[in-house]
Design a protein around this ligand. Structure first.
Ligand SMILES: Cc1cc2nc3c(=O)[nH]c(=O)nc-3n(C[C@H](O)[C@H](O)[C@H](O)COP(=O)(O)O)c2cc1C
Length: 363
């Protein structure tokens, strides 16, 4: 079984997270993720009011008795939502895990800590991850350039971002952006993360509360069919490429302002895509990971498959790479072969700790 310290900290079976998703992170998806042994987040701002969020949390609590959390996305807007009231609704509901994103969680941490709520802060750069750890969050979720939604402005893909962050962050860290399968989970662990966060892959599941045509589109779409909008506004977002996203890019490339694209990017239009299945109705988030999506499984099937694939890679495929050849005496000397299996070397305890063999043995 693939387990890491992230699982211990948040009381889940698998180091797999379903991040907050506007219009999608509702009770049926989050409860399915929780019941499958992973960690799902309701999206606070999908609910029109803090009271409605309280009701959605109660609905999720009816559907699962496993741990789940709430995403609080802090947006840089002129007329911000009543964040303190949303925060209070989360605390009063008894939810003990929050994912903050979009902006520094500093204003919200004291209240969450006082209520015993653990905070996973999602960010897109090493410097923000280091800052969040200093502020006292419990875990980091770090989004590479591949991700759906806001990848930041640094354009650093996960292959570099994750190990760079792992070198600087000591608390549990989840890798995000571009993950869709067991290969990704193993890669994230190898790069120094304690698990993975996924958005796009969870859109194409039976329980995702969105129209089937969006799910089918994700199966068809390749990794090439996303688009970065709002680059010139320094508020970059990766979305599914469609006629609306291309128009937004064209207008802004011609020195347009946000006012020139405001109507095109209205949240209500994006919501319509998910509700009606009209893929051209507005802007909707999707990441490059869509190129890795081939089917629409249940959440339980997806998680079981990712975990089984990761276990197979770690226990069967990777050990084959350690085959000792006759002309490699120096590297071979670092390894001990016991009973036909490779035993770990002194500097591999962290990676080995991720694979707990059923029966409690560490391999
Ligand atoms: C439809 C959709 C909506 C999203 N909305 C939010 C959001 O409101 N807040 C947030 O923090 N992240 C949001 N995200 C980002 C995800 O939580 C996650 O970080 C991202 O999808 C990871 O990259 P991936 O799509 O490659 O797995 C959204 C992603 C998608 C696909």
């Amino acid at each position: 079984m693939v387990r890491t310290r992230f699982c211990e900290l948040f009381g889940v079976d698998y180091p797999i997270v379903q991040g907050g998703m506007q219009w999608v992170g509702r009770a049926e998806l989050v409860a399915a993720v929780a019941n499958a042994g992973a960690l799902g987040f309701l999206t606070a701002l999908t609910q029109p009011t803090p009271e409605a969020l309280g009701k959605e949390i109660a609905r999720c609590q009816e559907l699962t008795d496993r741990p789940f959390g709430v995403n609080l996305t802090i947006l840089p807007t002129i007329n911000p939502p009543p964040y303190a009231e949303y925060r209070q609704a989360i605390i009063e509901s008894g939810v003990k895990i929050v994912e903050t994103a979009g902006f520094s969680p500093a204003d919200h941490l004291p209240a969450f800590r006082a209520a015993g709520v653990k905070v996973v802060h999602k960010c897109t750069s090493v410097r923000h991850a280091v800052k969040a750890e200093k502020l006292g969050v419990d875990a980091i979720s770090i989004d590479g350039f591949e991700c759906a939604g806001h990848p930041g402005e640094d354009d650093i893909p996960g292959l570099v971002l994750i190990p760079a962050a792992a070198d600087r962050v000591t608390i549990p860290m989840i890798a995000s952006g571009g993950f869709a399968d067991g290969r990704g989970l193993v890669a994230a662990l190898a790069l120094g993360a304690d698990g993975i966060n996924m958005g796009t892959r969870f859109l194409a599941t039976v329980e995702a509360p969105i129209h089937d045509s969006v799910k089918r589109r994700l199966v068809e779409a390749t990794e090439l069919e996303t688009e970065l909008i709002f680059r010139s506004l320094r508020n970059t977002a990766r979305v599914a490429r469609n006629s609306v996203s291309t128009e937004v890019v064209t207008v802004l490339d011609r020195n347009g302002t946000f006012d020139d694209v405001r109507a095109l990017v209205a949240g209500s239009r994006g919501r319509k895509v998910f509700e009606t299945g009209d893929l051209e109705a507005g802007i909707w988030s999707a990441g490059m990971a869509q190129g890795l999506i081939r089917d629409i499984p249940t959440v339980a099937e997806l998680i079981a498959r990712i975990v089984a694939e990761a276990e197979a890679i770690i226990s069967r495929r990777l050990p084959q790479s350690l085959t000792v050849s006759a002309n490699e005496p120096a590297r071979a000397a670092n390894r001990t072969v016991a009973g036909g299996q490779q035993a770990m070397t002194a500097n591999e305890p962290a990676r080995a700790a991720s694979l707990t063999v059923a029966g409690g043995q560490q391999r």
